[in-house]
Design a protein. Structure first.
Ligand code: HSE
Length: 435
């Protein structure tokens, strides 16, 4: 199948934003890729259910089918590029492609986080590559960096702003002082949010990407549903403003880290980040991944996490890797089958600092009552803000506490919520100091 010298034949499934970008950029940079790989990379078959995109992109109708089986059944096709999205047909296509002895390139983070273990095992068995650079952080080559450039490192910690839509919403709330609903409407109008916005704003998209990064860094797949995930719907502009007063920005952060003994933390949640940390200044739809390796120290990767061009760059990078391997094929390096560390740490054991916002009765002794509950759980307070407001029924009280386990903090907060001086459900957010 790979015997025709110097030509790599591709079957492209999906001609949406990313598929269209791959088609267009492969045409415009054909010569660059030929020069660098020594191979002519040609898309010889396309599967799509969107005839309008075929016309818009100028794809010859003779190579188009509305059925992905046409790609798998073509013996000339050596690589299938899956950009259909979803986890049903895309799963069937990738499985069938590997079974048929084809290499696969995909951008499908939801699919890999669900079926990665099975699909990488199949690729290894079939001695075919399953490449996925575009699945995390769009155009940022974080997968190749972790698997190749940082291969000699144990990963101490990895922190990622890996959902552009959430970062756009939170940065706009912070910079323009607008509320969540307005910022979300703007993100939708600009076409940033996924068709199902819940994937973005409830943290699932970040969780899918975090599962992939964790599988590379720590060698096992977090079982579906066990990755602690909180989205940004509950983040208010009031909390963003108080966080700024305290010297922090709020970002949706993926945290993946291990101390090598007690297990690996993998979680996604809105997080207070010190303004002096470079991640706090990543704004708009940009993504950033901070990696701390035991040999290299701290490294930072920054760029566009979505969009036709950035994502096409990542997909074409994977295709070029296959082209380079035509003359010296590499074995598939299965992802998530080389666990070096104990497995997932339970969320209750994770230690964090916390930000708390309470709405409390405006009368003497309230702060003392709340402080004594924290003290009884051995949780220290690091700062308190009580803004001057007109005397009234209730006032906001913002408290930052020192390190506590999730369990101890949750128990203390539940007790505080039951105090008669506390009016509404307390708001709490985790704080990350990157130490
Ligand atoms: N919806 C995703 C984001 C697209 O906003 O980052 C890229 O995965």
């Amino acid at each position: 199948m790979l015997s025709t010298m110097n030509t790599l034949r591709i079957g492209l499934a999906g001609t949406g934003t990313v598929g269209g970008g791959v088609w267009s950029h492969l045409q415009s940079n054909f010569d660059v890729l030929r020069c660098r790989t020594g191979v002519d990379i040609k898309i010889v078959r396309v599967a799509t259910r969107d005839p309008k995109s075929i016309e818009r992109l100028g794809i010859p109708t003779s190579i188009v089918s509305d059925d992905w089986h046409a790609l798998v059944n073509d013996p000339e096709v050596a690589v299938i590029v899956e950009l259909m999205g979803g986890t049903t047909h895309a799963y069937q296509l990738i499985k069938a492609a590997l079974e048929a002895g084809k290499h696969v390139v995909t951008a499908n983070k939801a699919l890999l986080s669900k079926y990665g273990e099975e699909l990488f095992a199949l690729a290894a068995k079939k001695e075919r590559q399953l490449l996925f650079e575009a699945s995390v952080a769009g155009g940022i080559p974080i997968i190749k960096s972790l698997r190749e450039g940082l291969i000699a490192n144990r990963i101490v910690a990895l922190y990622g702003i890996i959902n552009g839509t959430c970062n756009y919403i939170l940065s706009n709330m912070s910079e323009k002082g607008i509320d969540y609903a307005e910022a979300l409407a703007d993100a939708k109008a600009k076409g940033y949010a996924e068709a199902d916005e819940s994937l973005d704003v409830d943290g699932h998209d970040s969780a899918h990407k975090a599962a992939i990064l964790a599988a590379i860094a720590y060698g096992f797949w977090v079982p579906e549903g066990q990755l602690a995930t909180e989205g940004i719907r509950q983040v208010t502009k009031v909390d963003i403003q108080f966080a700024r007063k305290l010297g922090y920005e709020i970002k949706l952060l993926a945290v993946i880290k291990s101390d090598d003994k007690s297990g690996v933390e993998v979680r996604v949640h809105p997080t207070l980040i010190p303004q002096k940390n470079v991640l706090a200044s990543v704004s708009g739809v940009f993504n950033a991944v901070f990696v701390r390796g035991d040999v290299v120290g701290d490294t930072l990767f920054y760029g566009r996490g979505a969009g036709a061009d950035a994502t096409a760059s990542a997909v074409l990078g994977d295709i070029a890797e296959l082209a380079l391997g035509l003359h010296a094929p590499r074995k598939c390096r299965a992802v998530g089958s080389d666990a070096l560390y104990p497995k997932l740490k339970a969320l209750e054991e994770i230690i964090s600092r916390f930000y708390v916002r309470l709405n409390v009765a405006d009368r003497p002794g309230v702060l003392a009552k709340i402080a004594s509950v924290f003290a009884s759980y051995e949780i220290g307070i690091s700062s308190v803000i009580q803004p001057e407001v007109q005397a009234g029924e209730s006032v906001p009280l913002i408290i930052m506490v020192h390190d506590a386990s999730e369990k101890r903090f949750a128990d203390a907060l539940a007790e505080i919520a039951r105090l008669d001086v506390v009016k509404d459900t307390p708001v709490s957010l985790r704080v990350e100091d990157f130490e």
